[in-house]
Design a binder for this molecule. Structure first.
Ligand code: TYC
Length: 126
């Protein structure tokens, strides 16, 4: 066209092209590369069961004392768990993060050895 009249708009300016990025009515921008979402999933830390094992020599009251002292159980709870270990061979006495479980096991083993009892305490991933 010769000499187009500059006051007559023949096409929309770039900024008004229908449905530019992020402007489509459905809320998408029509560019697949921009639809990729990164899902961040927070992992819960693994937990560890701390267990007491039965033996024939450690006195019952010593085990009850261990459960009160290192696991924060009251006397009745401690007595009940001690009896479960005595009858069934073992019981879970608590579930903790790795570091806390490891500390409990070490405390029980050290305290038992210092008192010359063969009590065994172990941990296992839940
Ligand atoms: N079996 C022990 C006894 O008869 C008592 C006992 C209970 C020992 C629990 C260890 O983890 C244990 N004296």
């Amino acid at each position: 066209m010769q000499n187009p009249n500059p006051f007559v708009r023949r096409s929309l300016p770039l900024s008004h092209t229908p449905f530019q990025m992020s402007e489509k009515p459905d809320g998408t921008d029509g560019d697949a590369s921009l639809l990729t979402k990164t899902k961040t999933r927070t992992q819960r830390p693994p937990m560890y069961k701390v267990m007491l094992l039965n033996d024939d020599y450690t006195p019952m009251e010593f085990v009850v004392h261990i459960l009160e002292r290192f696991f924060g159980l009251n006397h009745a709870q401690a007595f009940e768990i001690m009896l479960t270990v005595h009858k069934k061979g073992l019981a879970v006495v608590g579930v903790f993060s790795f570091e806390v479980a490891e500390t409990k096991v070490t405390q029980v083993m050290d305290f038992s050895r210092r008192h010359q009892h063969p009590l065994q305490c172990t941990m296992e991933k839940e």
